[in-house]
Design a protein around this ligand. Structure first.
Ligand SMILES: *[C@@H]1O[C@H](CO)[C@@H](O)[C@H](O)[C@H]1NC(C)=O
Ligand SMILES: *[C@@H]1O[C@H](CO)[C@@H](O)[C@H](O)[C@H]1NC(C)=O
Ligand SMILES: *[C@@H]1O[C@H](CO)[C@@H](O)[C@H](O)[C@H]1NC(C)=O
Length: 378
């Protein structure tokens, strides 16, 4: 009840903060793609219930590497499949000097609305900010999320998400699914968290497709990545049991945080967020696949051939990727891994946690990103 009232208040806020409604032109698309990917396979029996999930957490966090790796089958498998990907493209209503398209990939626990939440747009909408700076943006629900094709939670993973991101990038680059904008001059891949891993892998595997890379809520510094801390703190539960009405159709491979406070512990940092926004984020949270969780550490091998400008920007207090302190860790080994990038910038962004865009000062991080792109010719 309280959440409903707060959401109504948030919606009212949105309505008032929208004198800008006609400053962008947006179009929704359902995009058929056919991809082949070399997929990992889950090595344990599928979960029957939350007892199995609790045991799984003990297994993957074991200090014995052979126990931890038993969750993966020995063999990977090639899978060719057709999917429908649901996407939104927005461009400035008044065409600007540039035709640069950002392609944004969201992380676990969110859908594409992460980039344009139903909250005060000036404070929280990355989409509206980049449009105000003359960029266009293409953002989509990843496979298994929102309005995109539903697949098993034992199948959605880095390999198929990267194959899809690569195909979407190709399509956008050829001038498709960008309203009447035509072929872009440049394409910049932007990710958040697991979406940054998808972004990075896409750019590492197909550097010729991509002019710029921005990784948010992410770090390449394995010394301080906190994947075990995350799976322990977030209180993984079978999504279908957690909310049968919303998620009863999902198989048991789809997991979700146990409650609001577990969600907050992993994604927000006090005092730099509003409780209303955390409640909103919890009310729109989206289950993630266990096989996506298992891919968290599968960073492509450095150094990357990618030649354009690359940026890593994460909340200073990012719990998942920096164990709550990103100072000095984003640069190292980020700069070394992007050895061939024309420019590299690492920003430990003050006053924010992992869910960067939902913090009170998110707009300052949006400006950091577009300033970096603008300074580097994009
Ligand atoms: C799977 O695909 C990879 C990359 O395309 C290829 O090298 C490999 O031989 C394939 N494996 C099988 C079992 O078909
Ligand atoms: C980086 O650029 C140099 C010089 O062009 C090239 O020799 C090298 O192979 C590149 N590295 C990668 C990883 O592509
Ligand atoms: C992570 O960052 C710290 C601090 O800069 C550095 O000492 C350490 O070597 C880095 N770890 C890796 C794997 O590069």
């Amino acid at each position: 009840m309280k959440v409903a009232l707060l959401l109504a208040a948030a919606a009212a806020l949105t309505a008032r903060a929208c004198p800008t409604e006609n400053f962008k032109i947006c179009e929704d698309y359902t995009i058929p793609v056919t991809t082949t990917s070399n997929n990992l396979a889950f090595g344990l029996s599928e979960f029957q219930n939350n007892f199995d999930v609790s045991d799984f957490v003990d297994t993957i966090t074991s200090r014995d590497p052979s126990t931890a790796s038993s969750v993966l089958a020995a063999e990977r498998q090639n899978l060719t499949a057709n999917y429908d990907i649901s996407a939104t493209f927005c461009k400035p209503a008044k065409p600007g000097k540039k035709n640069t398209v950002l392609i944004a990939t969201h992380g676990l626990n969110f859908d594409r609305s992460y980039w344009d939440p139903d909250l005060d747009k000036v404070t929280y909408s990355f989409v509206d900010w980049v449009i105000s700076q003359g960029y266009s943006i293409f953002y989509y629900d990843r496979l298994g999320v929102g309005k995109s094709s539903q697949v098993s939670g034992y199948v959605a993973q880095l390999a198929n998400q990267v194959a899809i991101a690569t195909e979407l990038t190709r399509l956008v680059k050829s001038g498709l699914y960008v309203a009447d904008s035509g072929r872009p001059d440049a394409v910049v891949l932007v990710g958040h968290s697991f979406g940054s891993l998808v972004t990075l892998t896409t750019a590492a595997e197909s550097p010729e497709l991509v002019e710029g890379v921005v990784l948010t809520g992410f770090s390449l510094n394995s010394t301080y990545q906190n994947h075990n801390g995350f799976v322990e703190a977030v209180g993984l539960r079978v999504a279908a049991e957690q909310d049968p009405e919303k998620w009863g159709h999902l198989d048991t491979g789809y997991l979700t945080p146990v409650d609001l406070y577990a969600n907050v512990g992993s994604f927000f940092k006090a005092p730099d967020y509003s409780h209303e926004v955390a409640m909103y984020a919890d009310s729109v949270k989206t289950p993630f696949a266990v096989t996506e969780l298992l891919d968290d550490k599968n960073v492509p091998s450095p150094p990357y051939a990618f030649k354009g400008p690359a940026m890593i920007i994460s909340g200073k207090y990012d719990f998942i990727f920096c164990t709550s302190d990103c100072d000095d860790v984003l640069e190292n080994p980020g700069r070394k891994y992007f050895a061939n990038a024309s420019a590299f910038k690492a920003v430990s962004y003050p006053g924010a946690g992992h869910g960067l865009n939902l913090h009170l000062n998110a707009a300052g991080s949006f400006k950091e990103i577009t300033d970096f792109l603008g300074d580097n010719g994009l």
